[in-house]
Design a protein around this ligand. Sequence first.
Ligand SMILES: Nc1ncnc2c1ncn2[C@@H]1O[C@H](COP(=O)(O)OP(=O)(O)O)[C@@H](O)[C@H]1O
Ligand SMILES: [Mg+2]
Length: 577
Amino acid sequence: MKSLDIIKRLYKDYTKRYLNKIIISAFFSLIVAASTASIAYLLDPAIEKIFIEKDQRLMLIIPFAIVIAFAVKGSSLYFAKMTLQKAGMQMQKELQLQIMNSILLTDIEAMNKKHSGKYLSNLTFDVSMVQRLLSDTILLLTKDTLTLIGLLSVMFYQNWRLALFAIIMIPLASVASKSLGKRMGKISTQIQEINGLLTSFVLEIFKNHKIIKIFQKEDFENKRSEKYLEIFKSKAVKVQSVLIRATPIMEILTGIMIGGLIYYAGNLVLKNELEINNFFSFLAAMMLSYQPVRSLATLNMGIQQGISAAKRILPIIDSENLDLNKGKEFNLKNGSIEFKNVNFKYETVERNTLNNLSLNILGGKMTALVGHSGAGKSTIMNLIPRFYDLDDGKISIDEQSIYDVSAQSLRKHISLVSQDTTLFDDTIKNNIIYSKLNASDDEINEVIKLSHCEEFIKKLPNGLDTIIGENGIRLSGGEKQRLSIARAMLKKSQIILLDEATSSLDAETEEKIQNAINYLTKDRTTLVIAHRLSTIINSNKIYVIDEGKVVAEGSHDSLIASSETYKNFYLKQIRKD
Ligand SMILES: Nc1ncnc2c1ncn2[C@@H]1O[C@H](COP(=O)(O)OP(=O)(O)O)[C@@H](O)[C@H]1O
Ligand SMILES: [Mg+2]
């Protein structure tokens, strides 16, 4: 996207709504400009009447008028700034909300490619850059342009020849600004990239702190932090040096201007073409114009920074995500699932993960997938709720292609306990009812009992209201798994996917839960991935998966007799405890 397109887009989608705020702010800016100009102007009668003519009456009035002018300027500035700050913050919130919404809908494949830290950096750093376009840049643009116009008017009024002389300096400043602005946009992009890396890095440190400790990698990580922070610092120094570089340039320009001016004005005074009172008023106007000229000169930098941030944010907002409501309403019967000649490849992997795979998962029955790790079992499971899109082949549930029905109506009937248990940093109760927010106490108590959560919940100080920490850090692996089973049970969906859901449990607990699962999954379609014989044996059908293909299928007894792979697997892998 070109910079101009981005500006247009930002205006159309975000800034336009605040047009009334911008106008209000511009109105106050106009007052700021007028009062600034009047301060410079007032020096003319002040010097003439008070110092030259020694007028008693005006000796009180003019100083008073100057105080009033400053007061008006100050309070108008307050309103001009405040109005745009509020609008800017509101826009920031809207942008963040849109990004959040986009992240929530992003498909898993896209998520897999970008570290969460980068999203975080988009959400904070980039958004604030764009917000400043509205809050700061527009304010500077209106206030400083108007003030400059006001002051120039005073200058022209006092002496047009001097004014023409001063005005030559302004284009010089704007040339400097343009090249500085371009460089700023580039550095700002680099800063954002390193900022994203840094956030990702910090998140990794938090996640892996135990691993860091046991492998004694504190020094190693410290050095890596130092490396990232050093890059970050040097980029930040660059930004500041570009910013600060504007100052000496402006100071020198100002010096040349004032020096030249005094020389020129002196000549005019000698020729009696300029009065001293006009000169002082002119000089004041010119000194006061120093600030707006300087900030207009650096304006382009802020704009470039905002544009380069918008370049990173807008693609996230625009990313095409799965439309959850697109497609027909899924019509559930008994939930039989068919995979037909399915080929599937992860975007980041060269080879196919699933090869011409066909499965027939009986509705209302339990089917097990067994196979070595990496065989593709979890991948098969993840295709059912449309976490990933197929490359080739067909998956249908109750004779309806899962790609023809809406994801929303499909997912309503599926519940999942995934291999890596994921919980929220919230109370036990809120984690359980996540699948059904309006669950009654009876329903909650039932699943707590069946999933054998009751045993450990009873021991917790606040029972169901105990906060479990980030991803359930205050619970054991088995407790977390039981909690996620309870959560899945509560949904009471027709299709239940259990991906090594009981792998962290001891044999006894697992068997008890297995009974509960059997009870709960009666007449429901259940697909389990498990390594314990007790689970597998209970299934109506077993598929042996290897390298993304079905290598054998049948019941436990028939597979033992017919499949060498299963027999080997049974002997080596399946836990019989
Ligand atoms: N998100 C992913 N991106 C890329 N490759 C993946 C992803 N998830 C799994 N894989 C790869 O796909 C293969 C099958 O993985 P998976 O279905 O998890 O196996 P299983 O559950 O049978 O152990 C593995 O080789 C794994 O490396
Ligand atoms: Mg797996």
